[in-house]
Design a protein around this ligand. Structure first.
Ligand code: GLA
Ligand code: ZN
Length: 678
């Protein structure tokens, strides 16, 4: 099942708009301001269930009709939501089964949002019915360009309906209890199941202690994570199928980037296009965002995605909510485009007056002013995007480097007892991504099932679980001359989270030309220096957390530990494999160490970017469907930055011509979008 992006003549600009919270005279003012800011796209109805279905047998589209008609009359494109991200109070009262039961076993009552049990038949029936009615009603409206199902699917439920659903899911996966018992290794601790109904969801009441990451049975918990992700996917698919009865328009739901509970790779085939909400953890996270954008672009095999939400100024849900500095909203918007976003949308158009998001940033604040800095910056970006026109739409990233990202490995690594509770999958991936990002290389972030034949370099940090034919496909990359990089805690378990009955790193051993007999895990403050050789001069870096003791079996030693009883033994190795290499990093190197390793790898393939050594200057390339190459240069610094143009072309934001070799000066947070002439 593939799919496509909504047809738009330019990058859609706008975002979540909730006029149903306001009297209609405010709408008029909204559209006046939308005109001023060139807002051409609105996402409507995301939380409208209580409005559109005020009672079990009553559907009432009066307000949504007006909201949609108004947007259409004003020439806006509409991303129309099904409205099922929060259920109405009457529904929870009439059918308590629609609420969730939490990890501690507490049955929730009405409240909050993203609050429906995914396995509730009533929820499934009524959410699909609402989607069906919304689609039937508005499919014929030419202003509607896309469907937005639910909102930020996530969390989990542990109710009886979910327990029953889990058992069904397990029956389909394993067929027999014998197979399940073997997969879950239930001879351990007297867990052999003799009836499907004995199986309980793994929670605080059953297999867990100290929270969701501490489980006695990893195989069980892993399957529950997969099951929950699939259960919510089934909710999405219910609604999508209902929409399809009357509309062929593209369907999406807004993802959250590196969000652990949902395996977006398993979802991606069912979306027509990917979209996501960019709320970085702090205001200093350009590489975090680059990784998340690349991950989202990788969901649909490199097809552009929509940036469905970002705040124009600040969030409200954090303990502290830093304000985006002047230029930052524009810079981050262009960063999204540079990484494959074909839409730039905000949450939200007008600030809510009450409830928990009243202090969340909006294009239009409570006073409704047009002369605020935030509004002016939004309007300026709107003008830029208008000037840009269709140039970037459909453009692809020409990546020769792939970073593998795997939810199963993420889950398995973080629910594991041993070797270390301090190793966080995202942190490991971020460090390797950061090194690639610093080197200015265009990269794809792809699932472990991706076609790897188009890449020269494949980086697989913390590839804890190795499934299917992955090891063979990685070997092929190296055999034909490519480089494969992996790290400590890789190649440990199969798809059931059972250890490989062979030397570590399991099926990756031959490619890496090493084996690991022992490992050491120490408190975060314990540092073992690592000496790296093979560059111009040896360098010393630090390593932490996990120290695997490597026995080379053909691999060349590139780095050695400097301390402890294993001082002088390998910490980093490189193995000749066919015409290429397998690199193994056996410990948690610091950023300098990771960067050193990846520079060596990239240099071999001549992939270090032309602006690699200009700090805070990010470069990204997209190639438009007609072959036009677009170079994005993004200055993440609050100071100006200087560099030398490595190609010539036209700056699409200013119209200036730039010659190759010409000095470039980017303003603080400055952006340059260069259409190459060569
Ligand atoms: C999410 C949601 C929105 C809103 C914003 C606020 O992304 O989808 O409804 O709550 O966060 O940041
Ligand atoms: Zn449930």
């Amino acid at each position: 099942m593939s799919g496509s992006l909504p047809a738009t003549p330019k990058v859609p600009f706008g975002g979540d708009y909730n006029p149903e919270q306001w009297p209609e005279d405010v709408w008029k003012e909204d559209y006046r301001l939308f005109d001023a800011a060139r807002i051409d796209t609105v996402t409507l109805g995301v939380f409208d269930w209580a409005l559109t279905q005020p009672a079990p047998e009553t559907y009432d589209f009066t307000v949504l009709d007006r909201v949609v008609a108004r947007a259409a009359a004003a020439g806006r494109r509409i991303c129309l939501a099904t409205g099922t991200g929060a259920h109405p109070a009457w529904l929870a009262r009439a059918y308590p089964e629609v609420t969730r039961t939490d990890f501690e076993g507490r049955r929730h009552r009405f409240g909050q949002r993203h609050n429906s049990c995914p396995n509730s038949p009533v929820f499934r029936r009524l959410s699909a019915e609402l989607a069906r009615r919304v689609a039937r009603r508005y499919a014929g409206n030419p202003a509607v360009v896309a469907w937005h199902v639910g909102n930020e699917y996530g969390g989990a439920c542990y109710c009886e309906l979910c327990a029953a659903g889990f058992r069904d899911w397990l029956r389909a996966r394993y067929g027999t209890l014998t197979a399940l018992n073997s997969a879950w290794y239930t001879t351990f601790w007297s867990h052999t199941f003799t009836d499907w109904d004995e199986i309980e969801p793994p929670s605080a009441l059953t297999e867990h202690w100290r929270g969701p990451n501490h489980t006695a049975f990893q195989g069980t918990t892993l399957d529950y994570l997969r099951f929950m992700s699939d259960a919510m996917l089934a909710n999405f698919r219910d609604e999508k199928a209902a929409i399809r009865e009357s509309s062929d328009l593209p369907v999406t739901t807004n993802f959250m980037g590196m969000y652990r509970p949902i395996d977006y790779h398993r979802w991606a085939p069912h979306l027509d296009f990917a979209s996501w909400d960019n709320y970085p953890p702090d205001d200093e996270s350009p590489s975090w965002m680059a990784l998340a954008h690349d991950l989202m672009r990788g969901l649909k095999d490199g097809q552009p995605f929509w940036l469905m939400e970002q705040t124009p100024s600040y969030t409200a849900s954090r303990d502290v909510n830093p304000l985006k500095r002047p230029g930052v909203m524009r810079l981050w918007s262009w960063q999204a485009v540079a990484h494959g976003a074909d839409a730039v949308l905000f949450f939200q158009m007008r600030a809510s007056r009450g409830a928990c998001e009243k202090y969340h940033g909006a294009v239009i604040g409570h006073a409704g002013r047009q002369d605020t800095r935030v509004f002016q910056e939004v309007a300026a970006l709107g003008a830029e995007l208008e000037r840009l026109g269709p140039t970037t739409l459909g453009a692809r990233t020409p990546a020769r480097v792939a970073l593998l990202f795997d939810w199963d490995s993420w889950w398995a690594l973080e629910i594991s007892d041993g070797p270390s509770r301090h190793v966080r999958y995202q942190q490991v991936v971020l460090a390797y991504h950061r090194a690639l990002w610093d080197a200015g290389v265009d990269l794809d972030v792809v699932p472990v099932t991706a076609d790897l034949s188009r890449y020269d370099v494949v980086v697989a940090p913390a590839l804890h679980m190795v499934k299917g034919d992955l090891a063979a496909r990685l070997e092929e990359v190296a055999a034909r001359g490519g480089s494969v990089v992996t790290t400590y805690l890789s190649g440990r378990v199969d798809e059931f989270d059972n250890a490989f009955l062979m030397d570590v790193p399991g099926p990756l051993g031959a490619l890496m030309g090493i084996r690991i007999d022992e490992w050491d895990a120490r408190a975060p403050e314990v540092v073992n220096p690592v000496r790296l050789t093979g560059g111009d001069a040896p360098v010393e870096v630090e390593s932490r957390l996990v120290f695997e003791l490597v026995v080379p079996e053909g691999a060349e030693v590139v780095g050695t530990y400097g301390a402890d009883f294993y001082a002088g033994t390998p910490a980093v190795t490189r193995n000749d494999f066919g015409a290429g290499h397998g690199w193994y990093v056996a410990t948690g190197l610091d950023q300098a160490g990771v960067s050193w390793v990846l520079r060596r790898v990239l240099e071999r393939h001549d992939l270090v970017g032309p602006y690699a050594d200009v700090p805070n200057l990010e470069a990204a390339v997209r190639v438009a469907p007609d072959g036009t190459r677009l170079l994005f240069l993004l200055n993440h610094d609050a100071e100006p930055v200087e560099a030398t143009a490595h190609v010539g072309g036209v700056d699409l934001l200013t119209g200036d011509r730039i010659a190759p070799g010409q000095p470039l000066r980017l303003d603080p947070r400055g952006v340059l979008v260069l259409r190459h002439t060569a």
